[in-house]
Design a binder for this molecule. Sequence first.
Ligand SMILES: [Zn+2]
Length: 73
Amino acid sequence: MENKTEQKDNLVYFENAKTKKHREYIQLQDHCTLCNTALEVRYLADAGSSTVREEAFCSCCDVRTRNRLHLVN
Ligand SMILES: [Zn+2]
């Protein structure tokens, strides 16, 4: 089953994806928990407040799964 997943999505990971735990975490972060579609991630930089907004959403379910504000130093 593990090999099946690897063959299905032919992704190149920049993160440490060597262990099963890492891959499960990445899968959880990058895919919709409802329908397993790959999430669309947007980064909106605001120079005025020195922040970057990170948004992840599923185009299939129309659900936003992540909305974070990062302070840029
Ligand atoms: Zn979804």
